[in-house]
Design a protein around this ligand. Structure first.
Ligand code: KIV
Length: 292
C-alpha cells in the first residue's frame, strides 16, 4: 500500500485551502461543537473549522477544568459532530493524558479520533516535548493543529486561566514555539489569550494560519466556544468573548412557560394529541365495561 495522505470526503474543505485563505487575507471562522445539531448548524453557517474541543469537559460535562475528560468521551462527542458535519474540517481535540506519554501514544490517540470519532484532523496543546508529538502525528499523515498561549490542560501549572506572553521573554518563547510547531508539521496554530501585538507578530512570521481566541484581530482566523458565543449560561464570560445571543435567557423563559402550562393544564391542547375513531372508542369502552 502506498502512503498517500488520507483523502477528504466529497464536499469537505481541503486542508490546503486554509493556507490559501491566509495568503489571500481571507479570515478563517472556527467554532466548537459537541453534538450533531451543533455540527449541522455550524456547517450551515459556513464556518471552515469545527473543533470538538476538550472544553466539553467544562461546558458539557460539568467539570471544573478540561483535565478530567477522557479520550473515550472525546471520541463519543466527536462521532456525534462528524455524523452531521459535511464541509467544515472537524478537529478532534486530544484530551489531557492521551498524548503526553510518548509519540506512539499520541499517534494511537490520533488514529482513534479519526477511525472511531470520524474526525478529519486532531489538535493538541503545548510546545517543548509536544513538538515531537506534533511531528509524529503529522508524519503519520494525520493533520494536526497545535495550541499555545493559555493551554487549559496546564491550567494549574500556568497559575490559572490567565493571558500568556506578556513579557518580552515570554513573547519570544511563544514566537519560537510557534515556529517549532510549524516546522514539526502543524497545519494551523491556536493562539489563546496572547497579547494582540504578539499574536499579530507570530501570525506574520508563520506560513500556516493562526486561529486566535483572545489573541486579537491580527490572527488569520478566530475561534469561540459554542456556549460562550451563544450565551448558553448566565453570568460573566471571559474578556475575549463576544456573545452573539443570550440563549440561556431564551431557554430559561421557554422552560418557565412550559412548566407554567403543564401546571395550569394549558399544555397539551387538542392539537398536540392523537385521536381515536368514535366507533373504536365505543368498542374500547364496551370491552372495558364487560370486564366488570
Ligand atoms: O477545547 C477548546 O474549546 C479549545 C478552544 C478554546 C481553542 O481548545
Amino acid at each position: 500500500m502506498s502512503s498517500r495522505p488520507i483523502t477528504p470526503a466529497a464536499g469537505k474543505l481541503p486542508l490546503p485551502e486554509l493556507v490559501a485563505m491566509k495568503r489571500r487575507g481571507d479570515k478563517i471562522a472556527m467554532v466548537t461543537a459537541y453534538d450533531a445539531p451543533a455540527g449541522q448548524l455550524a456547517d450551515d453557517a459556513g464556518v471552515e473549522l469545527v473543533l470538538v474541543g476538550d472544553s466539553a469537559a467544562m461546558v458539557m460535562l460539568g467539570h471544573e477544568s478540561t483535565v478530567p475528560v477522557t479520550l473515550d468521551e472525546m471520541v463519543f462527542l466527536t462521532r456525534a459532530v462528524t455524523r452531521a458535519t459535511q464541509r467544515p474540517v472537524v478537529i478532534g481535540d486530544l484530551p489531557f493524558g492521551s498524548y503526553e506519554i510518548s509519540d506512539e501514544q499520541a499517534v494511537a490517540s490520533a488514529i482513534r479520533m479519526l477511525k472511531e470519532g470520524g474526525a478529519d484532523v486532531v489538535k493538541l496543546e503545548g510546545a517543548g516535548r509536544m513538538v515531537s508529538r506534533v511531528r509524529a502525528i503529522a508524519e503519520s499523515n494525520i493533520g494536526v493543529m497545535a495550541h499555545i498561549g493559555l493551554t487549559p490542560q496546564s491550567v494549574t501549572k500556568l497559575g490559572g486561566f490567565r493571558a500568556q506572553g506578556r513579557t518580552a521573554d515570554a513573547a519570544l518563547k511563544l514566537y519560537d514555539d510557534a515556529l517549532a510547531l510549524q516546522d514539526a508539521g502543524a497545519f494551523a496554530l491556536v493562539l489563546e489569550a496572547v497579547p494582540a501585538a504578539v499574536a499579530a507578530r507570530i501570525s506574520a512570521a508563520l506560513e500556516i494560519p493562526t486561529i486566535g481566541i483572545g489573541a486579537g484581530a491580527g490572527c488569520d482566523g478566530q475561534v469561540l466556544v459554542w456556549h460562550d458565543l451563544l450565551g448558553m449560561y448566565p453570568g460573566r464570560t471571559p474578556r475575549f468573548v463576544k456573545r452573539y445571543a443570550e440563549l440561556a435567557d431564551d431557554i430559561g423563559t421557554a422552560l418557565g412557560h412550559y412548566v407554567g402550562d403543564v401546571r395550569s393544564g394549558a399544555f397539551p391542547e387538542e392539537q398536540h394529541t392523537y385521536a381515536i375513531p368514535d366507533d373504536e372508542l365505543e368498542s374500547f369502552e364496551l370491552a372495558l365495561s364487560q370486564r366488570h
